[in-house]
Design a protein around this ligand. Structure first.
Ligand code: PLP
Length: 444
């Protein structure tokens, strides 16, 4: 890939600690990940896998959000990727935060300058000690979907602003949550009566259509249900003021989802001047902002194919070559197991060059992580150049959501580091905004 020389070299955040001397030097130009000296494996750390976090993508997703859903304040779902730069950038852009635990709450409040009212404790089943901690830290908004939770909240945080999480159709998503969370509508009147009896304030309704929602039409039904629960609230003596439409937003379908949601809100909440609407997007903000570069550390190939390029064969679907890279399903690629992702490796550099010709002979190959476990398969079948070998690099796009946050160090392999960039956006506005953000001293 030839970088466009009209673009200036990317800015790496000045406040970041300097890169290891032996670490690959990264340049991001024109949105394409390039890396130099990637084959300098004799230098310490030079072969380590690494993420590239492009903060301009996070910024642009936020602009997209504001353009399509101007009425809805995003409360970024920290669990999706608790990256400190992402958090700080979103905080500076005025987002709120959806936290699931004490540590997530602490991470947000420790940034400084974020009022606890910008946090929703959106875990309907919390430890009592966590509820008590939320009370101590001034985090009042919290969800519930069962009576036991109401008793716990009444004991540990009687001033809480409770939000009833309801069950909605989550069958059109990569990760459904309804089997674990969400009050069926028939149970809501009883829950609201119990909350009243316990002197608790219920302020609104939340739902989650499931993460990675591929059919945004489900938002229509979900908003209809939320409307019904607002009416149940009135019956129970509450005046709800908060509607939380949850997460589930996907990059490719975002505009469609926003349009369905807007229509649904217009239809079911035509008079909403006293209602604040929030959402809990995670994946939408970070998925495509992070890419991963992984080093081929080992290869298993038949001896004959190792020596003869003529045997290249893309017609067989049996992998001819097995590549082993230095991140796997126990690390960044846990998204394959937990988040039902399918990843697509591409060649980042081969034999020290970034110029990979399309006419290279190719093999059906498989790609494996570095651990001793056979579940550690990154791609069971993919087509890669026949001459790809140990020391070359593979790239993976869309690695920002539910990856680094759940990575383990199984077998002693370290979690891959992130290298940050303000990206390759040609937009002067994006560059200026991120330069200002960096100048404010958002160091780690
Ligand atoms: N809110 C809650 C309560 C969640 O459990 C999740 C994901 O697990 C999210 C929001 C974020 O969802 P998404 O990444 O699909 O936007």
């Amino acid at each position: 890939v030839t970088p466009d020389p009209s673009h200036e070299p990317e800015v790496i955040f000045p406040s970041l600690p300097p890169l290891h001397s032996g670490h690959p030097e990264i340049h991001l130009r024109n949105g394409i990940m390039n890396a130099s000296r990637l084959s300098a494996a004799h230098e310490p750390d030079a072969e380590k896998a690494f993420f590239v976090g492009d903060l301009s993508v996070v910024y642009e997703q936020h602009q997209r959000w504001k353009a399509c859903l101007p009425e809805i304040q995003p409360f970024y779902a920290v669990k999706c990727n608790p990256d400190p730069y992402v958090i700080r950038l979103l905080a500076s852009l005025g987002a709120g935060f959806d936290c699931a635990s004490n540590n997530e709450i602490a991470q947000i409040l420790d940034v400084g300058g974020i009022d606890p009212s910008r946090i929703i404790f959106a875990n309907p089943c919390k430890a009592v000690s966590f509820i008590r901690n939320a009370a101590k830290r001034g985090v009042d908004k919290m969800t519930f979907d069962n009576a036991d939770e109401l008793y716990k909240i009444a004991r540990a945080h009687p001033r809480a602003q409770c939000i009833v999480r309801i069950l909605t159709d989550d069958s059109k998503s990569l990760c459904a949550f309804g089997i674990k969370f969400g009050a069926p509508l028939v149970t809501v009147p009883g829950l609201l009566a119990k909350a009243k009896e316990l002197n608790l304030d219920v302020v609104g309704v939340s739902f989650h259509v499931g993460s990675g929602c591929y059919d945004p039409s489900v938002y229509m039904d979900a908003i209809m249900r939320a409307r019904a629960v607002f009416d149940m609230g009135k019956e129970a003596g509450y005046t709800f003021t908060l509607l939380d439409v949850g997460g589930g937003f996907e990059d490719a379908r975002f505009e469609h989802a926003a349009s369905v949601l807007t229509q649904a809100i217009d239809r079911y909440f035509p008079d909403r001047k006293d209602i604040k609407i929030i959402a809990e997007p995670g994946r939408f903000y970070v998925s495509k902002a992070f890419r991963l570069a992984a080093h081929i550390i080992a290869r298993r190939a038949p001896l004959s194919k190792e020596t003869s390029q003529e045997t290249a064969d893309t017609t067989s679907d049996q992998p001819a070559v097995m590549y082993y890279i230095n991140d796997g399903v126990y690390g960044a690629f846990n998204c394959i197991l937990f988040d039902h992702q399918v990843v697509h490796p591409y060649v980042l550099s081969m034999n020290g060059s970034f110029h990979i010709s399309d006419s290279e002979p190719k093999h059906v190959s498989s790609v494996w992580g570095p651990t001793c476990d056979s579940i550690d398969c990154v791609s069971a079948s993919t087509v890669l150049p026949s001459s790809l070998q140990v020391g070359d690099w593979l790239g993976f796009d869309n690695m920002g959501a539910y990856t680094v946050c759940a990575a383990s160090q199984f077998n002693g392999f370290e979690v891959s580091n992130v290298i940050y960039t303000t990206g390759s956006s040609g937009s002067a506005e994006v560059r200026a905004a991120l330069a200002a953000f960096a100048a404010e001293g958002h160091g780690l």
